[in-house]
Design a protein around this ligand. Structure first.
Ligand code: ADP
Ligand code: MG
Length: 253
């Protein structure tokens, strides 16, 4: 990470965030800052709270204590920040494990829908942007098809183009390749790698450790709702300091 990134205002600032599902304490005193242009990869066992953590960032989950700022807009506990939430949702793009495309719309219509409805763009402007983005993720020739006619890897690249069409300040990824056949993982990771190179701020939950090592500025290991260790990838993967990190890595590497 360069010096300039450490001195600017963070895009994400989470302070002492606690989240419960009933009796289950899912996030424990999470402190996390993400700087503009930074790529943060979140790793940890299934059920450790990774999805909950990133879903809190765009208000898909409420939390009970602490606070979260996204691009200087503050989310408060128990969902008491409806206006900030609306703004944050338009500025934060998310790509899920299950692509969540609208099945009844064409690829092109999937990508232009939010810019037209939420941003108020004309159809012509939205189409121009969509075509450029679909080209960029390598599926310009699929734009008239419906999601069901595409492979998983193609659908996930549509989902990426759709998120980018909103010109997000931050992109969140929740295991974007976990539902893909192995031969399609590479094409999605390639598109994400490009995005990282272009300077997009990204928080990525993934089990693709090779990819994490290559693109992450920082890797965060979360265990039972706590950030146990965080470091640049070479340090976290090659000389983890915490025993729980070592245990986890010995099982996945
Ligand atoms: P991960 O993404 O690391 O697998 P999650 O954030 O999905 O973990 O889940 C963390 C914990 O919270 C798990 O124990 C999970 O069962 C629980 N959990 C997740 N979502 C809900 C929910 N909507 N209601 C109750 N418990 C949930
Ligand atoms: Mg998850």
């Amino acid at each position: 990470m360069t010096q300039s990134k450490t001195t600017t205002t963070p895009i994400v600032r989470m302070a002492r965030v606690n989240k419960h599902f009933g009796n289950l304490h899912v996030l424990k005193d999470i402190d996390l800052e993400v700087q503009p242009g930074e790529v943060v990869v979140v790793i940890g066992a299934s059920g450790s709270g990774k999805s909950t953590l990133i879903r809190c960032i765009n208000g898909l989950e409420e939390f009970q204590q602490g606070h979260i700022e996204v691009d200087a807009k503050e989310l408060l506990p128990d969902g008491k920040s409806a206006r900030a939430l609306q703004k944050i949702r338009t500025e934060v793009g998310m790509v899920f494990q299950q692509f969540n495309l609208f099945p009844h719309l064409s690829v092109l219509d999937n990508v232009i829908l939010a810019p037209m409805k939420v941003r108020g763009w004309s159809r012509a402007d939205a189409v121009e942007t969509a075509e450029r983005l679909l080209e960029r993720v390598g599926i310009a020739d699929q734009s008239a098809k419906h999601p069901g006619q595409l492979s998983g890897g193609q659908q996930q690249r549509v989902a990426l183009a759709r998120a980018l069409a909103m010109e997000p300040r931050l992109m969140l990824f929740d295991e974007p390749t976990s539902a893909l056949d192995p031969e399609m993982i590479g094409e999605v990771l390639d598109a994400m790698r490009e995005l990282a190179k272009e300077g997009m701020t990204m928080v990525i939950v993934t089990h693709e450790m090779g990819f994490a090592r290559e693109v992450a500025d920082r890797v965060i290991f979360i265990h039972q709702g706590e950030i146990v260790e965080q470091a640049p990838p070479e340090r976290l993967f090659d000389s983890p300091q915490n025993e729980r990190t070592r245990n986890f890595l010995s099982r996945v590497l």
